[in-house]
Design a protein around this ligand. Structure first.
Ligand SMILES: Nc1ncnc2c1ncn2[C@@H]1O[C@H](COP(=O)(O)OP(=O)(O)OP(=O)(O)O)[C@@H](O)[C@H]1O
Ligand SMILES: [Mg+2]
Length: 240
């Protein structure tokens, strides 16, 4: 069984069948991309894993069915950076980070991990006292990722971490994510609008279309079938 093993996942919003028998697996150390058009069900999938969504089916993590409650899922070592960042704008950078650490039992190690995060994102260290809401878009995204990391997760879920960011900031964020993935062997599931960027940094990928997995495979392999991938995205991808 895979580290994260999703079987026959179904989500209904009233009459809308938003996820249709989705199967997905993630192994330790993998970066897995989830791509698909607007409304394909990507966020619904991420929220289901994170315990923020009612679903039918099985989501097994490290051998045990995940609880269906986000507060409990965090204690199992899964952190979600939701779509739209959702940092606390009226709290400082440091306060935002402490909130991320609330579920940890090993409080003594938090300060040490905080330093590690500041090494990764020195811009946040320079701004520990600044209000979250006054950070730039890229800095807020770094804070959102850092807040997820300070929980010391065993699986990191990112829902469109690059939305609204300038290309140079996107490159920087992707570099950091690869660094985190390699240094900690931390598996990452990433929803990404830019299919090319997603396939370039991930090991494997799933393409969702109207709630169904329509393609899956090694990212390099999917990059070679980019015309088919594009046909599922609704918009033409812009990379070469
Ligand atoms: N709370 C809700 N109530 C009713 N319908 C919902 C709800 N949340 C999502 N949906 C519908 O479910 C479908 C999947 O939505 P979801 O947000 O998962 O898509 P997505 O792939 O993340 O899209 P996007 O790329 O725009 O973020 C959409 O048709 C959406 O309108
Ligand atoms: Mg979404």
């Amino acid at each position: 069984m895979a580290y994260l093993d999703i079987r026959d996942l179904n989500v209904y919003y009233g009459g809308i069948h938003a996820l249709r028998s989705v199967d997905m697996r993630v192994e330790k150390g993998e970066i897995v991309a989830v791509i698909g058009a607007n409304g394909a069900g990507k966020s619904t999938l991420m929220r289901s894993i994170a315990g923020d969504q009612k679903y039918k089916g099985a989501i097994v993590f490290d051998g045990a069915q995940l609880p269906r409650d986000s507060h409990l899922v965090v204690t199992k070592g899964i952190s979600l950076v939701p779509e739209g960042r959702r940092i606390f704008p009226g709290l400082s950078v440091l306060e935002n980070l402490w909130i991320g650490a609330y579920a940890r039992k090993d409080k003594a190690r938090i300060a040490e991990d905080m330093e590690e995060i500041f090494t990764l994102f020195p811009r946040l260290k320079e701004r520990v006292k600044q209000m979250g809401g006054s950070l730039s878009g890229g800095e807020q995204q770094m804070l959102a990722v850092s807040r997820a990391l300070i929980a010391n997760p065993r699986l990191l879920l990112l829902d469109e971490p690059t939305l609204g960011l300038a290309p140079i900031v996107i490159d920087e964020l992707f570099e950091k994510l690869i660094e985190i993935n390699r240094a900690k062997n931390l598996p990452i599931v990433m929803v990404e609008q830019n299919a090319y960027a997603a396939l370039e940094i991930s090991h494997r990928a799933y393409v969702l279309a109207t709630g169904e997995v329509v393609m899956e495979g090694g990212s390099a392999e999917l990059l070679e079938k980019d015309d088919i991938v594009e046909s599922y995205l609704g918009t033409k991808a812009d990379g070469d």
